[in-house]
Design a binder for this molecule. Structure first.
Ligand code: BGC
Length: 414
């Protein structure tokens, strides 16, 4: 009898343990497929696995997430949305409007998200007072990543102005390397464009990229921005067309190219190649943009799913918002935490700078959503801009014509 009782107790406690451990499965759509991105994603996967959540991976390659968004549309149309989806800015609000995303208000209020997520992110994490996404990080696009040895060979001084930048690029050319490592894809061209426009003034960035003022879009200053793009184009190698951004990072890591103008996800590639900031590479704000930040934040938007997935979905949202996780993930990813209450000690010098720059820009009113990464305007406007920027970069639109083309393309869709 006694034996039987213990046996029953054991069976039920084993049953309970197994139940507690198996919280369910999350299917996650994302575009983190490069070496550095995969390493960061692994931090999230392992964290969830340790909590009994099974990870079903749905990677769709392509920086900026355009292809991932196409894949998402197909899934939702088929009535089979993933549990969670990596998403940027205005795309989040688009999906919220369609009424297919989940309500995270209860967990957000239990965990006090309201107090720790800055307004700049909350405008995308919430829709009509409902939390619909968990922000995992803040990236910014106005960075330059420079090979240290190549910089030393070019005089050793990190450029602070446009003219200094051109001097360094010229010197790198003389030294026989590709000055600018770049991949010819629309979103990468647009990422440089973010920084170039910002380098011509914060008011100009706001007027053109955010407020879509036709005069700013089509005016003289925009002519200067396109002239700068044309100049930068002259430092790119012949094989740049279609190249993935992480391969351009590899060129800088290996010293084949001098620098890359890219968001701080590039740092993830340098770290993944065992490089150290200050020793092997140098991170600077794009010359002329010091004190301002064009940001984008990766958020996991939770979609409406069946009850059997709900617990795992909430567990994922909660895990993402955990301060310890935000440190573990972002130190690998190259981004900075989405929470304002996370200490910076475990971040490297570029990460510390990223956190300080973000706080400073937020206080000074010089924090702007990145056009290239969907935080300045809805996708239709972004794509209209991409087309003109990329055609100009490829010489299909002249620098003289580009501002008017940009203004017209935006006017047609806004
Ligand atoms: C995302 C980053 C990602 C990068 C390149 C950006 O839009 O915010 O997380 O690393 O694209 O894939």
């Amino acid at each position: 009898m006694r034996k039987l009782l213990i046996g029953t107790m054991l069976a039920s406690s084993v049953g309970a343990a197994a139940y507690a451990q198996d919280v369910g499965r999350v299917e996650v759509l994302h575009w983190w497929t490069s070496g550095g991105e995969a390493a960061a994603l692994d931090v999230l996967k392992k964290d969830l696995e340790s909590k009994g959540v099974t990870w079903a991976d749905m990677p769709v390659a392509g920086g900026g997430g355009e292809q991932a968004m196409t894949a998402l549309r197909a899934r939702v149309t088929a009535g089979n949305a993933p549990t969670a989806v990596q998403m940027l800015g205005f795309d989040i609000l688009d999906w919220a409007q369609q009424g297919v995303v989940a309500d995270l208000n209860q967990i957000a209020s239990e965990e006090g998200w309201e107090e720790v997520v800055p307004d700049a992110l909350k405008q995308f994490s919430k829709y009509e007072d409902t939390w619909i996404a968990a922000p995992v990080n803040v990236h910014s696009t106005n960075w330059v990543w420079i090979n240290k040895e190549a910089l030393d060979a070019a005089g050793g001084k990190a450029p602070e102005t446009w003219d200094e930048l051109i001097t360094v690029l010229d010197k790198m050319q003389e030294n026989g390397i590709t000055p600018l490592g770049h991949g010819g894809q629309a979103w990468q061209d647009a990422t440089i464009f973010d920084a170039v426009v910002l380098s011509l003034g914060t008011d100009f960035y706001k007027a053109s990229m955010i407020d879509l003022d036709p005069e700013a879009l089509g005016g003289e200053k925009m002519g200067e921005a396109f002239a700068r793009m044309e100049k930068l184009r002259s430092y790119v190698d012949d094989n740049f067309s279609g190249r993935d951004w992480n391969l351009a990072s590899s060129m800088v890591i290996e010293g084949e190219a001098g620098m890359q103008m890219m968001g701080d996800w590039a740092k993830g590639e340098f770290l993944n190649a065992d490089q150290t900031p200050g020793e092997d590479f140098v991170c600077i704000r794009f010359p002329g943009t010091q004190g301002a930040v064009t940001f984008n934040s990766d958020q996991f938007v939770m979609f409406q799913v069946g009850d059997e997935q709900r617990e795992a979905q909430l567990m994922m949202a909660s895990a993402i918002m955990d301060p310890g996780f935000q440190i573990a993930f972002n130190t690998v990813k190259g981004s900075v935490p989405a929470r304002t209450d996370v200490p910076n000690e475990e971040f490297d010098d570029c990460g510390k700078k990223g956190m300080a720059d973000l706080a400073e820009a937020n206080t000074n009113g010089t924090l702007y959503g990145s056009m290239a990464h969907g935080h300045a305007n809805p996708a239709a406007v972004k794509n209209a801009m991409y087309d003109v920027i990329t055609q100009h970069f490829n010489g299909e639109i002249s620098t003289d014509d580009a501002p008017a083309e940009l203004a017209a393309a935006v006017e047609a869709v806004k």
